[in-house]
Structures are given as structure tokens and as C-alpha cells.
Write a protein that binds this ligand. Structure first.
Ligand code: MEV
Length: 438
């Protein structure tokens, strides 16, 4: 059977599903049922979700969990997290409690600058181009005024437009490197609209610039687009306490713990193989809150990993030190976020998440998300350097295995009780279930 189709987007939702069932499931009715059982009975709500993207056929559930007891700059938060990995929310909640008893998390905004670029080709002398850009600078601001007016009222707008010579990388290649402040919006649409206008102005003004020859007038704009690399839109989150205060249920020897922890972070600083996994632990926390608050996790991921490589080698996002008997653990994260616009006003669960966070500004959300990343990283490195990661992971994963084998409530109770004292492994759970079922 042919598995290509013309005009798929014009089919009704049900017909799209039927086509999928026919093409890939031998016309099996069960698959239609599986797909349609995730439709929401509230038709208006379903329509809202259908229209987020093209060719929606159903919804894809992910758990929306919460991690309470986060003390950040003396304020308490319950952090919403959307994630499928079983141990993440539990680890966040544990780290939150641990640090709430040791002074809480502290955060600082280091910058809020966003970047966009107009990439273009100019065949002429750089001095003449510089003179031209200086002459028309004011036109860029005037022509974008209808777009920037509202943003300016909120204290944002275009902060700087700089000509950059990139001809050592590509012949005749230049950029207008534009800096923006977008306040509480992530600003992608705002930035891209401004850039496209700036590109138009650049081309039009070049055509009329009498000092340019015909060749110089023919500026060729290649593209105009924001950058998801935001090394000056950065938040710092940190925790610190006297080493002896680290003592707790799982930390019997705080000095040894602190030293091993710092050593583990140093390894992630110098060893890219470890750094990637270390940072993945950070992103477990970051992405979960980014998703729950309706932000663009692909943009965040791309920007964060570029930042982790900014010194030429991929390295740890977090750092730790011991100084004068004080343990300190901190992270700097580039986070371009919004708390207005985009999905934030459309998705009902995003509204719930933002309300739960007490309607944060974008900078406050940066702080909360950096804390979620640091907490997650702390929990992972703490486990790795003490009990090992599998103990906690497999405890949480136990539920997935029980679900996979459709365990009854009675079986669940027995299995969970057994693994309070025994090491969880997939085969051990299956074996126990089988023996209970005999
Ligand atoms: C698993 O999702 C994340 C960890 O691998 C992070 C780390 O190794 O630091 C536990």
C-alpha cells in the first residue's frame, strides 16, 4: 500500500486517523480507539489544542507534577514540572527540602539581553559600508517604531545595532548584530519582525545611497533571524553552607561528601563525556519547568549547550567550591523566557503553572528555572557520589514495571513492600510477580 498522500491536511481529524490505520495498521480498529481515547470530551478545549499545530490527530499526555518547598531568595515556591522520567520530581522535591533547611537558594540576574542578526553580502569597501550604516542608523529606529512602540512603553526595545565584519569567515559577509530587551515576553516574534524591517531599510537605503556604486548598492540580505544563543541573558543560582551543616540522613561524613562532590563537578568541568551527562541532569530540572510554563524548550536547550561550549570545550554548567569551611555550589544559565505572549496565555495548564508560581516576571521565572536545574544537578551528583544513581532510579522505575505487567493493587503492595529492603532490578520484579501469580 502506498504510504504517501496528497491533501492530508484537508482531511477531517477522523479521516486522518483512518488513513493512518489503513496505511500502517492493516485497518485495525483498535489503533483508532487508542488514538481517539486521548481526545478531550470538552470540544472547545480540544479545538484549542488541535489548533496549536497542523495535522493534530490526538493529544499526547505527559505527567504534570509539582515539587514543593523551594525557598528562593527567602520566598517559597511550589515548582510545576512536566516530565516523564520517574525520579526527576522526587529528586527536585528532596533537594528543595535539603536546601530549605540550609538557607535556601539564592539567585541573581546577570543580564537580560537578547540577540538578533541580519546576515548580508556587500561587495565593496568596509569603510564606505561603516559610513553608510552610521548615516542610516536613525532610519532603523524610525522604521521599526511601529513595531517597537508598545515594547518601549514596557521599558524594552532595540538597544543597539552594530555592524560586524565577518569577511574573514565568508567573502563579503557582514552582519547587523542587534541587541534587544524584551521584558516579560520571550520576544521571538518581536525580534524577528524588527529584524525583517531593519533588513528592508538596509536594502532600500543602500539603493538610494549616492556614495555607493551600483555594485555596492546591491546589498544581498541572506536572512534575518533571532539567535537562540543568549550569553548575556543569564541567571546565577547558588546554594552554600558550612560543611558541617551538610550532615544529614544520607551524608554521614560531610567533609568527605563535600570533597567528593567538588571533585565530581571538577570532572564535569574538564571531561566532555561526563559534562554532557552532568548537564543532562541540569536540563532534567530546567526542561520540566520550561515545558510546564509554556516556554520553548528547544530554544533553551540549544542556547544552554552552546553556552556550555563557549570557551571552546564543552564543559559543566555548574561549579562547586570549598573555601574556609564553606561548601558552595552554583550555576550560570542563559535562559530566554517569557511569561506573557505565546502559549502562556493560551494553554490552560500553563496558566495554572504560572499562577502557582505567583505570576512571575520573566526574570523571576529565570531564577526559578535555574534553581530547578541546580537542585536537580545537586540531587544527581549527591546520589552519584554516595549511594549510586540506580537505587533511587529503580525505586521510581518499579512503578513503571508494575504498570507494564498490569499488577493488581494487592500485587503492588506486596512488591513495593519487598523492594523496601531489596535491590530493584527489572528481572527481580518480574520474578517476584511471577511467583505471586503462581
Ligand atoms: C539522568 O536522567 C540524569 C543523570 O545521569 C545526571 C548525572 O549523571 O549527573 C543522573
Amino acid at each position: 500500500m502506498a504510504n504517501t498522500i496528497n491533501g492530508f491536511s484537508k482531511l477531517s481529524k477522523h479521516d486522518k486517523i483512518k488513513w493512518i490505520s489503513n496505511t500502517y495498521f492493516n485497518n485495525n480498529q483498535d489503533v483508532i480507539e487508542i488514538i481517539e481515547q486521548y481526545w478531550n470530551s470538552d470540544q472547545e478545549l480540544q479545538k484549542l489544542h488541535d489548533e496549536f499545530i497542523e495535522n493534530t490527530i490526538t493529544n499526547f499526555y505527559l505527567p504534570f507534577g509539582v515539587a514543593p518547598n523551594f525557598k528562593i531568595n527567602e520566598k517559597w515556591y511550589t515548582i510545576p514540572m512536566v516530565i516523564e522520567e520517574s525520579s526527576v520530581v522526587a529528586a527536585a522535591a528532596k533537594a528543595a527540602k535539603f536546601w530549605s533547611e540550609r538557607g535556601g537558594f539564592k539567585t541573581t540576574i546577570l543580564g537580560t539581553e537578547k540577540i538578533g542578526q541580519v546576515h548580508f553580502i556587500y561587495k565593496g569597501h568596509i569603510d564606505l559600508l561603516t559610513q553608510f550604516i552610521n548615516t542610516i542608523q536613525h532610519k532603523f529606529y524610525e522604521d521599526t517604531a511601529p513595531i517597537t512602540q508598545n515594547m518601549q512603553k514596557r521599558g524594552g526595545g532595540i538597544k543597539n545595532i552594530e555592524l560586524r565584519d565577518k569577511t574573514t569567515d565568508i567573502e563579503n559577509y557582514y552582519q547587523l548584530h542587534v541587541t534587544f530587551e524584551t521584558k516579560d515576553s520571550m520576544g521571538a516574534n518581536f525580534i524577528n519582525s524588527c529584524l525583517e524591517q531593519i533588513a528592508k531599510t538596509l536594502k532600500n537605503e543602500a539603493m538610494q545611497y549616492s556614495n555607493f556604486s551600483e555594485k555596492e548598492k546591491a546589498i544581498d540580505v541572506i536572512m534575518s533571524i533571532l539567535s537562540n544563543y543568549v550569553p548575556n541573558c543569564v541567571v546565577r543560582a547558588e546554594v552554600s553552607c558550612p560543611i558541617e551543616d551538610l550532615k544529614g540522613k544520607d551524608i554521614k561524613d560531610p567533609q568527605l561528601f563535600a570533597e567528593k562532590f567538588v571533585q565530581a563537578v571538577r570532572i564535569a568541568e574538564v571531561e566532555p563525556y561526563r559534562a554532557v551527562t552532568h548537564n543532562k541532569g541540569v536540563m532534567n530540572g530546567v526542561d520540566a519547568v520550561v515545558l510546564a510554563t509554556g516556554n520553548d524548550f528547544r530554544a533553551i536547550e540549544a542556547g544552554v549547550h552552546a553556552y556550555a561550549s563557549r570557551n571552546g570545550r564543552y564543559s559543566s554548567l555548574s561549579h562547586a567550591s570549598i573555601e574556609n569551611g564553606q561548601f558552595k555550589f552554583w550555576i550560570d544559565l542563559p535562559l530566554a523566557l517569557g511569561t506573557v505572549g505565546g502559549l502562556t496565555s493560551l494553554h490552560p495548564m500553563v496558566k495554572v503553572a504560572l499562577t502557582m508560581l505567583q505570576n512571575p516576571s520573566a526574570t523571576e521565572l529565570m531564577q526559578v528555572i535555574a534553581v530547578a536545574g541546580l537542585a536537580q544537578n545537586f540531587a544527581a551528583v549527591k546520589s552519584l557520589t554516595t549511594t549510586g544513581i540506580q537505587q533511587g532510579h529503580m525505586k521510581m522505575h518499579l512503578m513503571n514495571i508494575l504498570n507494564q505487567f498490569k499488577a493488581t493493587d494487592a500485587e503492588r503492595a506486596k512488591v513495593v513492600a519487598h523492594f523496601e529492603k531489596n535491590v530493584v532490578s527489572h528481572s527481580a520484579v518480574v520474578e517476584l510477580l511471577e511467583s505471586l501469580r503462581k
